[in-house]
Design a protein around this ligand. Sequence first.
Ligand SMILES: [Zn+2]
Length: 315
Amino acid sequence: MIKVAIGIDVGGTNTVIGFVNNNGEILKEGSIKTSGHALFENYTSRISEKINELLADDFELIGIGIGAPNGNIHTGCIEHAPNLAWKGILPIVEHLQTTFDTKAKLTNDANAAALGEMLFGKAKDKKDFVVITLGTGLGSGIVSNGELVYGHDGMAGEIGHTTVFYDGRTCGCGRKGCLETYASATGIRTTVLEMLENSDKKSALREVPMASLESKHIYEAAIKNDEIALEAFEYTGRILGRKLADTVAHTSPEVFYFFGGLALAGDLIMLPTQRYFEEHLLKNYKGKIKMELSGLLSKNAAILGAAALIWNEDN
Ligand SMILES: [Zn+2]
């Protein structure tokens, strides 16, 4: 028998399910649509069906880890997730535990990513680090003294919703000026749209229809030295770098690891982030803190992270 933990990544569009061994190898993988289920119960039943389809005879299931937006480790519920169709408190852990008679654990996707980095990525020997995911929003998982920081209510590490401008852009959380409205794939897109509107500079990005403009277009323009695209990366890095310099004051991490779509832009985002970060750091911290791309960037980090919730206890 091969011991496996299931890692489930609940995304706004798709839910991906993978069977992961203790070396962080995904032995089997499948996905279902997250949207299109009228009731949350229909959705969880569909997950269970998919698990049964994928479950091989020689797998010994040791548990199920779930990474989901607003996933709460303490309650096992997804709580008021803005980008899911079902509202309120959604008890996903209870359903899976009962159905498969095994332990299940839930946390938010960025926390799961941090655990994945610690078990299967670059942070194997690290005790103090922060994982920043630059996707549609900005997620963060904070490891301090060798443990993931959950906080008293299970919702610690929402760096994406710390404020950079008190009268800034409206955020999905209902407040204004949150970091993620600037430093994310969505944020840099908004920055470019503002820059295009407020300047007459020539830019290849003017040729992209506004509705279909994505961060990858900005990346492609930037590597061809498009002035607006380069400015947008500089601006994004400035806001992100300065805010992360503040974050250092809380837990004094050794490394920041980045992943998510925008992190794939590599130096374009990392160099300005690092420069403004270093400039803005308190003197005691200067020159000591590394910024690196995640060791799981090319792998399915979300699945590995979710499975790490179980492997973290049972290895
Ligand atoms: Zn917010």
